[in-house]
Write a protein that binds this ligand. Structure first.
Ligand code: MN
Length: 228
């Protein structure tokens, strides 16, 4: 007999290529990790080490499901990103050991209420309402790390209604994935089930109801959603 006084919330999961579900514990995100994107947001790309924010685990949207246009925004943006899924726990992980903590990879979209983010930045307020809202993390099928021989390079793209909006290479990251994991794990002990969204290249922009988003990373897969 359960001791829970209400029904426990469902476990958020991501489908795995070949079958099975990856349970999601936390979602960490990296800010400003491609120089051209830092510039388009008005920042010096060389100014600082990586910084982090988070989304709740149940923000994931999988299987190509639609994302409802969120409340309280008039500037809703796409950010295509590499997602690394942690399979081995660790804290203060060395750069050289970092990729050994990764279970797999996926393609994700860090959906952003850009107007609320601008408001938060201006007032030195937290970013949750801009980044951590419901349905803010569409993620494609997870592939096992063993099937991705070169996770540090590969074309990353996002198109909206068939028109290319973002295009770059994973090797354009200011802080590559091993450095991101090393730095993040100085602040948080990472555990199996944690996801890391590794930042977006330049070309972010608004989407509206009815838009079809398709993202891809060479050698990893795709992510698709529609704004409803
Ligand atoms: Mn992002």
């Amino acid at each position: 007999m359960s001791e829970y006084v209400i029904a426990p919330p469902p476990q958020a999961t991501i489908p795995v290529a070949g079958g099975g579900l990856f349970p999601v514990r936390r979602i960490y995100c990296v800010g400003r990790n491609y120089a051209e994107h830092a510039r388009e947001m008005g920042h010096d790309p060389n100014a600082e080490p990586p910084f982090f924010f988070a989304k709740p685990a149940d923000a994931v949207v999988t299987g190509g499901a639609a994302v409802p246009y969120p409340s309280e925004t008039e500037n809703f943006h796409h950010e295509i990103e590499l997602v690394a899924a942690i399979g081995v726990a660790g804290a203060s992980i060395a750069v050289a050991d970092a990729l050994g903590h990764v279970w797999g990879y996926a393609v994700g979209i860090d959906l952003t209420r850009r107007d609320l983010q601008a408001w938060a930045k201006k007032g030195a307020k937290p970013w949750e309402i801009a980044k951590g809202f419901d349905h803010s993390a569409p993620i494609g099928t997870l592939v096992r790390a063993a099937t991705v021989p070169q996770p540090l390079r590969g074309r990353i793209e996002l198109s909206v209604n068939g028109e290319l909006r973002q295009g770059a290479d994973l090797s354009d990251m200011t802080w590559d994935l091993p450095h991101v994991i090393a730095e993040l794990s100085r602040y948080f002990a990472l555990h199996p089930g944690d996801l890391i969204m590794t930042g977006t290249p330049a070309g972010v922009g608004p989407v509206v109801r009815g838009d079809r988003l398709l993202g891809s990373i060479a050698g990893i897969g795709t992510v698709a959603t529609t704004i409803a």
